[in-house]
Design a protein around this ligand. Sequence first.
Ligand code: 8GP
Length: 832
Amino acid sequence: IESSIPQPLREKWRKFAATEFSTKDEFQKEVVKHVETTLARSLYNCDELAAYSGVALAFRDRLIIDWNKTQQAQTFVDQKRVYYLSLEFLMGRTLDNAMLNHRMKDTAVEGVSELGFRMEDLIEQEHDAALGNGGLGRLAACFLDSLASLNYPAWGYGLRYRYGIFKQEIIDGYQVEVPDYWLDFNPWEFPRHEITVDIMFYGYVRKSTDENGQTSHVWEGGEVVQAVAYDSPIPGFATSTTNNLRLWSSKPSSGEFDFQKFNSGDYESSVRDQQRAETISAVLYPNDNIDVGKELRLKQQYFWVAASLYDIVRRFKKSGRAWSEFSDQVSIQLNDTHPTLAIVELQRILVDKEHLEWDEAWNIVTQTFGYTNHTVLPEALEKWSVPLVQNLLPRHLQIIYDTNLFFLQSVERRFPKDRELLSRVSIIEESNPQVIRMAYLAIIGSKKVNGVAELHSDLIKTTIFKDFVTIFGPDKFTNVTNGVTPRRWLHQANPELSKLIADKLGGFTFLKDLTLLNGLEKYADDKEFQKDWMHIKFRNKQRLAKYIKDTTGIVVNPSALFDIQVKRIHEYKRQQMNIFGVISRYLAIKKMTKEEKKKLVPRVSIFGGKAAPGYWMAKTIIRLVTAVSEVVNNDPDVGDLLKVVFIEDYNVSKAEFLCPASDLSEHISTAGTEASGTSNMKFVLNGGLIIGTCDGANIEITREIGEDRIFLFGHLAEDVDDLRHAHRFGKTEMDPALRQVCDEIEKGTFGDPGVFSGLIHALTDGGDYYLVSDDFASYLATHKLVDEAFKNEEAWAHKCIMAVSAMGFFTSDRAILEYAENIWNLEPVVVA
Ligand code: 8GP
């Protein structure tokens, strides 16, 4: 309030308020102005990077004007906001998305061309914002797009890592990790040096008694680090709503940087203090679906959660409302358990700082939070060692103990004498050392818990969180099936297909109401339409073929069936099964007669994805793919019939040109292991078919598009326990085709077999935990069905069109509407 301009002077401000360009001329003027002044370059000195920067800055101005309007409107209406807390936001590039969301791309493309550049080249200049590992981080990014597009007042809160997910290079067939320094030039973020929060670690807890005899806990004596806010505008599609993504960066707090030391010549130690502070937000942990438990990671979590909560509470307190209204104004969604300390931190603020009674505070807390679980894999469930938390966050540990005590007491009252139940649901696991089960804390502290696809949400209720369903009742647990934004994953990634669809449906409204795609159904038999459809697919494949040739030297035939599996490399996702299948196909080709070869559908098997740096088995899978590709691609017996490609450094912008170029994509996790998957949705939305197991969202995709339009195979989730048991204790024979593949690897056909012994061992003595052998026969048989189906181009086109027409359910807009209505109780705010 103090910093606002007095009423009588505001006229001047309004007169000169910034305005958005709306014509090509105005756009060009903005670009040239930014190149000449902001960048201090000229028409004699403007390369593609400078031109990109000028265009980006011109659009950034537009975004900021809308962003300001949005923040004012949202503050003025004073309604509930939702805060999405995620350690990962895998945003990818921003420019193209900003142009499309503002419906200004055509104008900009023309404008840029008159200034001497091609928009495609400028877009390529942008560095991906890769602050995430995989599905969980990309989901957060899709959700931000939907929240803004649906006019919901929402903020994202995360960490501003200096290094995002590493860049992957393949050297001699092996993955090598290279740091991803992405902040050289990032026009999309605004440092808010004035918005800082001091965050404490370590120290001790003291009890203090005030003059009224009230005792409270004081946490003090620790090390202080400062959080600085960096904001990025998140534009909605065809709306003025532009929300905020606030990422925190760490630096030494002004008190902490010891100028005494500095001046007295102890330069190195003062620099060390500074570096220790900056290390907190330095790097994203590159693990997907695995918990490593490092102290620095815990520091990151608390740093981010404490800064975000301070910000949220500060905003709430400005409204002057009573604490009892907190959860009417604030919903906080926990993206997995990484932000679970927010539950503890809010309780601490309310009890220690605001002096509320424990129960009153706990009531507010449990009305505020929602928790989304993204995995049932035991190795991914976060557990923090008690001694670690005791040392780093002593007051939080006390609050966790008290929370656990009150919770267990209430369970004991309702289920007297069930000591087993008490130890099963205790937040503290009595291991050595004791550990805190973060998922349990998240459940106990939240109003609602959700899984991310129907099967997954059922599984968490019947397996890992079963006891909590007994305790809290089934209504606390719900499902919100994931979705993807059709703006980025259709309109931006596949502009030709988007336009073809718009021509048939009479405009682009389907991008905001994806169920309108069902209007395509009536064209599925239309021969002209099928031809146009397949022609677009062909051009997208040509573009990918060119990329493959330029980057790997491998020449692939764009008429071949493009079979793509791109996602993080993980045993449960079973890329090993895919490459074993490729080997099996290769062996079959080697035995074929000329006549048989003529009948075979040529294939290109494309792989891509990063392995966590410490995940040796995943790295071995990559090595096998590259080894097989060397052999197969150079075998004259094979020719065009089979090519194997590993795409280096898979990321969001690569996904954008891979999804439109697939005929078939693979989503073949062991049943019950992939919570949802979201690339399955992207591939189908782009007119590709999928081969998959009955897992995650594949099941709902099948229900929507129909069994004839998906290639399902393999055992069901309910079979998995018995099969694993059989491997461990019974006698099981390896599938004969898989046996042949293993023999071939062991013979040395793909180089030193010692390199791959771990993979083979996992199938044999290792007990085949991911059931590759059990599913192999049906996997191969289903690939044969794919080949047959692909031979009939019209029938194939019909399937693809019908599938796309039924994909309306899988927009992230639908997911966000479900969260807003069933979990957050959130209303949109329309920005004029
Ligand atoms: C992923 C799931 O594996 C994937 O099935 C799902 O589609 C996606 O989340 C979005 O819901 N889970 C993770 O990425 C995950 O658990 N990551 C670990 C870093 C926590």
